[in-house]
Design a protein around this ligand. Structure first.
Ligand SMILES: [Zn+2]
Length: 229
């Protein structure tokens, strides 16, 4: 098939024909956010934004990833809501938190299909290494520190062992206040899990509370009941 003018492989096509029976046809558009794809609801309906600068294996992983998000939405997985304006630090923390937890599940489900997600892990490694070597280490309790501890936890759960070992040592040396909280988040995430919508809901609430974001700033919505927590 073709998506945004790019031809896909037979391997991808068989994945697509399977998932489309559960979620129906989707609308694809070029991503409006630099450097990442997304699944979101616009006034004219839901759409999947895609990076078009990726080579075919990475492009296919990206599409598959966003399609699993559509499936999660259909299954009633949780989402974040905030009154803070789009692009503000709190709204960005909310987006990062929800993506982190839901992505752990997306990638788990995609394992059976062996799509190549190495570009994400390489970008994540590069960004984190640059951030921890930066002179401007965030101060304890700031929004940048909250983002840092979530990036730490995310990388700890996704990076290959040798890369993570290197990053963890850099954090311990240069930003122990991020390492300590980051390790706490890793325990919270492993303790609550991300295999089911209930587990993801529990993980999201526990991480949000742990980094001191109150529900009035960042609400977590149970996708099955619409209840905001
Ligand atoms: Zn995602």
């Amino acid at each position: 098939m073709k998506i945004l003018g790019k031809s896909t492989s037979e391997h991808f096509d068989s994945f697509y024909s399977e998932i489309v029976t559960q979620i129906g046809e989707q609308k694809f558009v070029p991503s409006r956010i630099l450097g990442r794809g997304y699944y979101q609801f616009e006034e004219q309906g839901p759409e999947i934004g895609l990076r078009t600068d990726l080579s075919r294996p990475y492009f296919e992983h990206q599409v598959a990833h966003e399609l699993v998000h559509v499936l999660q939405r259909k299954e009633g997985w949780p989402r974040g809501v905030t009154r803070h304006p789009e692009g503000s630090p709190i709204a960005e923390l909310g987006t990062f938190l929800v993506s982190m937890v839901l992505d752990l599940n997306v990638e788990e489900r995609l394992k059976a299909w062996s799509f190549d997600s190495s570009y994400i892990l390489k970008e994540q490694y590069r960004n984190l290494k640059k951030a921890v070597l930066d002179q401007n280490i965030p101060s304890l309790g700031s929004c940048r520190w909250r983002k840092g501890v979530m990036m730490y936890a995310n990388a700890s759960l996704t990076q290959p062992a040798n890369k993570w070992d290197e990053l963890r040592k850099l954090f311990a040396r240069r930003a122990p206040h991020i390492e300590i909280k980051g390790e706490e988040l890793v325990s919270i995430l492993k303790g609550n899990g991300w295999d089911t919508a209930d587990q993801a809901l529990a993980s999201l609430i526990a991480v949000r509370n742990s980094i001191g974001l109150l529900g009035e700033h960042l609400g977590i919505v149970d996708g099955r009941t619409g209840r905001r927590i």
